[in-house]
Design a protein. Structure first.
Length: 85
């Protein structure tokens, strides 16, 4: 009892607007293109911007972030043990 409300109700972040969010998981990466004719082709994206913190990443970094996103989210939210590999 109370565990669920703790999980769902205790997620409020009290972060001042001008304080950089260090623990951003960069879960939503928006592709950006330098040349207009490449727009829409994710393979040709020149960089990726995190929608949450607006930080930009090189394609290799973005790929790495995507690869490790589930791991990093699991680290931040322990309790998912027992999931099959
Ligand atoms: Zn971010």
């Amino acid at each position: 009892m109370g565990l669920l409300s703790k999980l769902f109700g205790g997620k409020k972040q009290e972060v001042a607007a001008d304080v950089p969010i260090v623990a951003c998981p960069h879960s939503v990466l928006v592709p950006r293109w330098d040349s207009v004719q490449d727009m829409g082709i994710e393979d040709k994206a020149t960089r990726f911007m995190c929608e949450a913190c607006k930080q930009e990443f090189a394609p290799a970094e973005a790929a790495h972030l995507r690869d490790t996103l589930l791991e990093r989210l699991a680290l931040e939210n322990p309790g998912g043990e027992g999931a099959s590999a």
